[in-house]
Design a protein around this ligand. Structure first.
Ligand SMILES: CC(C)(COP(=O)(O)OP(=O)(O)OC[C@H]1O[C@@H](n2cnc3c(N)ncnc32)[C@H](O)[C@@H]1OP(=O)(O)O)[C@@H](O)C(=O)NCCC(=O)NCCS
Length: 381
């Protein structure tokens, strides 16, 4: 079989010989027809919990078997014969050998529209193999298969898949309620699309890079921080000054908070860090920098702490670290902190971190007792 990155769409006698081989030499990723030598690895991949959680892979009692993989192979062959489902095995280095690393396909819906689907063997993840494979398939879809639109859909929460689509330049369109049928249930889904003439620029996804200070570590939040978030956000002082906090504040609220942070970062709007204790990595609080989408490159810092971390300067140091990072990385040129007028601890943090009072925003912040508070505005010179 010849390298046929620019081959024409195969004819009805296609499988497997006329399935085009697509190669990304730099990434050392090859897409080729699936074959009997892949069966064992397909079984391994389809028994993986992430595949079961996020894809419609068969999940019979007793688990995915060789028989299911053979059916998958037959489906792949039929897809090329009908021209409606164009699927490839992703081949790359795995262990000492170049071999099956996953599958990717285009499901043609007519009118130049197709949906892409993919999955990787667990031992092949985390090496951008799928990103290279998706690039190749999009090139093929637009240049050879005559597609005008390629759609990506995923169950809400499949961040690894969303990140892959974003890296390839898919534009995120949004969340649709009850979009996907998943093991008998209707689940909310994400959609992103790539049009033939899109510039294929990676979406402006932000990352909370880890920063070390004297008394704090700033790092991405983890699901294991949830209990500490619940404690911090149930605290009466937190809920008094941050009136939008749900009450009571429960585990699902903390998980929703982590999702909202991830969403902000994925859209390039903001980034939030867990303020952690450098000694044991325990969550001490949260610091965020958001409002970053404007042309003016303005940002706003917000924070809260766990009650057992108050009074020892951790937020002040966190504000200094984030301010320095925002300036150095070009994320924000001017940064604002807004504190309710009576919230002296918060104002003290802003001042100690080197911010100056620039004014008062009158009566805009409701407090837990129903009163409205003026906001004191601080800016970093
Ligand atoms: C989706 C899948 C193919 C991604 O494979 P992968 O090898 O991890 O992909 P890559 O390494 O190329 O890229 C994954 C990216 O997601 C990021 N990522 C992973 N988990 C993440 C999370 N929870 N939040 C944000 N980003 C996340 C990684 O950091 C990486 O980004 P980076 O390259 O900027 O660091 C793989 O996880 C898989 O097979 N999952 C099961 C099947 C599946 O979900 N298929 C898609 C159905 S829509």
């Amino acid at each position: 079989m010849a390298d046929s990155n620019s081959a024409a769409l195969p004819t009805a006698r296609a499988f497997p010989d006329a399935v085009p081989i697509l190669i990304d030499a730099e990434a050392e990723v090859t897409l080729r027809a699936a074959g009997p030598n892949d069966l064992e690895a397909i079984v391994e991949q389809c028994r993986d919990p992430e595949m079961i959680r996020w894809t419609a892979v068969p999940h019979p009692a007793g688990g995915y078997r060789l028989r299911d993989a053979e059916e998958f192979l037959a489906l792949a062959a039929a897809g090329w014969t009908s021209g409606q489902r164009l699927g490839w095995t992703i081949e790359a280095q795995r262990g000492a050998l170049r071999r099956f690393c996953g599958s990717i396909d285009l499901r043609l819906e007519g009118d130049g529209v197709a949906e892409v689907g993919f999955g990787l063997h667990p031992a092949a993840r985390g090496r951008s193999i799928i990103t290279a494979a998706l690039q190749l398939v999009c090139d093929y879809g637009f240049k050879v298969a005559g597609l005008r639109v390629i759609r990506w859909r995923a169950v809400v929460g499949n961040w690894a898949s969303r990140r892959v689509a974003a890296k390839v330049g898919f534009i995120f369109d949004g969340t649709v309620r009850s979009l996907l049928v998943h093991r008998g249930e209707l689940l909310d889904g994400w959609i992103a699309t790539l049009l033939r003439d899109d510039p294929r620029l990676p979406e402006p996804w932000l990352h909370p890079i880890q920063m070390e200070g004297k008394g704090v570590r700033l790092r991405p939040f983890r699901t294991s921080d949830v209990d500490r978030i619940v404690e911090a956000c149930s605290d009466p002082r937190t809920t008094h000054w941050l009136v939008s906090m749900p009450r009571p504040y429960e585990r699902h609220n903390a998980l929703a908070y982590l999702d909202s942070i991830a969403e902000l970062a994925a859209r390039g709007l903001g980034v939030a860090w867990c303020i952690a204790d450098p000694r044991d990595d325990r969550c001490l609080g949260s610091i965020s920098l958001d409002g970053l989408n404007g042309y003016a490159k303005r940002g706003e810092i917000g924070y809260w702490t766990h009650p057992d971390a108050r009074g020892r300067g951790v937020v002040t140091e966190a504000v200094q670290l984030v301010t320095r990072h925002a300036r150095k990385s070009g994320l924000a040129r001017s940064i604002l902190i807004r504190c309710a007028r009576g919230n002296l601890a918060s104002q003290r943090v802003a001042e100690r971190a080197g911010y100056s009072k620039i004014g008062i925003q009158p009566i805009s912040e409701p407090l837990s007792d129903g009163q409205l508070a003026d906001l004191v505005l601080y800016s970093c010179p």
